[in-house]
Write a protein that binds this ligand. Sequence first.
Ligand SMILES: [Zn+2]
Length: 315
Amino acid sequence: MASYSSEVKNELTRVTGDDFCCQAAELAALFRMGGAMSIGGQMQLGINFVTENAALARKVLNLIKGKFELKTEVMVSRSRRLKKNNRYMIKVVPAPEVVDLLAALGIMRADGWNDGDDTAICEEECCKRAYLRGAFLGGGSVNRPEGEYHLEMVTENRLFATTIVTMMEGFGFPVGQTERKKDCMIYLKDGDAIMRFLRLIGVEEAMQSFEQVRLVKSVRNKVNRLVNCETANLNKTVMAASRQVAHIKRIDQYIGLENIAPNLREAARLRLAHPEAPLQELVDLMEGRVSKSGMNHRLRKLEKLAEELPGGDIN
Ligand SMILES: [Zn+2]
């Protein structure tokens, strides 16, 4: 079974903003995550982008080719990691025009390199969403909703991480951030926030299963709460019954059950015979001769009686 992450990502590789502003923002974040500069002859710049996701490789290629006439190559190799996935490398061959691409993405500026503060190319909301989509596609993952709610994005670039966090906070997300070896991990732990984030960056289809599971989970929690509540009530019933038994025994000791009013005596004997029965059960045992409130009244009278006995205030 494909992971939920790859399900979400495969959908996202088909989502692209119509405007160049958004495409540039997404590509910039993708390059920050999985790209590296290369230097060719005559110190010309090139870009290598690496991913294990074939659909993402295609998307990056399309984003580059959509606007720029650059020479590209695609290389496929086996990943060195254990899972032995394919590894795709998009190579933007070093050429003078690569500078135009880097300038359009805000990575190269008139005053020099921009190491990861991309706020300037992400002024519009559409671009922010595209940028976060790129960041997630390039370095993110999300747990299947059946498990623990967790979405994360990982990068070594601190400045880039700050850009992502600031942007997410701007959208009101409860973002967490932690260091993991040399990486910086940005995460969301809240089911609602994860749902809202995925939707913000353009996930729709994979959302449905997330929502369904979330619904089932919340119903299950509600049922658990109800069950716990019932257990609590049951405990209360048992406590009340055992207190009543103690009271009745004291009455018997000091006054004698044969000396109290017959309706109280009847209730007292019934309670002694069924020390853990809930009130309704005692009522049922009376076979219609007393109502629930009538029985409750008798038991309360017995308790009151016991409390008036010497040292009677037991609980
Ligand atoms: Zn835009």
